[in-house]
Design a protein around this ligand. Structure first.
Ligand code: HEC
Length: 187
């Protein structure tokens, strides 16, 4: 009895650990819709319904009042809960940033801007294990890609070190993510 009990206990302790070991950003079923075996990303088709809205950014117009762009950021299911718990993004977490051209005008609330034309998406997939070392769109703990609105399944990005990293340098200390814009990540 004692031996069986010990065996069951060992299994219970070991099983989850083994699952975790085998789990990479690529074979996590949650990210299957986002990453293929070679590490090519795509925009998840269901992010507007299945993902959690994290927050938005308004880029001010250069001359006139209002915003010229509005960015809306979404996170894959469970990503923000894990972040609030552990203070970091779990492997396989996906972030999608929509980039909209905005239009502005007088409304009963004041001068107001709203999303008009979708220009495209930025997609990030958390990967602390360096799963695609030969792929220039993976590194620094993430998979990185931009998608034009016309083609959510094929990126036009070629090298995250040139296409993304310089602009994310100010967010280096927070794992390259501008976390200050996302109320859902605060504890
Ligand atoms: C021109 C500078 C610039 C470039 C180039 C850029 N980013 Fe960003 N990115 C930002 C800034 C600033 C924010 C937050 C504020 C905003 O959206 O205006 C942001 C936010 C994001 C977000 C939302 C999560 C976060 O970090 O807050 C994602 C996802 C993202 N970027 C992905 C990418 C990817 C992938 C690339 C390369 C293909 C890229 N970005 C290139 C400046 C840039």
């Amino acid at each position: 009895m004692k031996i069986i009990g010990a065996a069951v206990l060992t299994l219970l302790v070991l099983l989850p650990a083994r699952w975790q070991l085998g789990m990479t950003a690529t074979n996590d079923p949650k990210t299957q819709k986002v990453v293929d075996a070679s590490g090519n990303l795509r925009v998840p088709a269901d992010y507007r319904t299945a993902y959690q809205f994290l927050g938005s950014w308004a880029v001010a117009a250069d001359q006139s009042q209002g915003s010229k762009e509005i960015h809306a950021v979404y996170a894959s299911p469970g990503a923000s809960a894990a972040y609030r718990k552990n203070g970091r993004f779990a492997d396989g977490s996906v972030l999608v940033k929509e980039v909209f051209e905005a239009t502005s005008g007088a409304m009963t609330t004041g001068t107001v801007s709203h999303a008009q034309n979708l220009k495209g998406w930025f997609v990030l997939v958390k990967d602390s294990k360096n799963s695609h070392p030969g792929n220039k769109l993976w590194g620094n703990g993430w998979g990185w890609s931009w998608f034009d609105a016309a083609n959510p399944s094929k990126t036009t990005s070629t090298d995250f070190k040139a296409d993304c990293l310089p602009c994310h340098e100010p967010a280096r200390a927070t794992d390259w993510i501008y976390v200050q814009g996302y109320p859902a990540l605060k504890q």
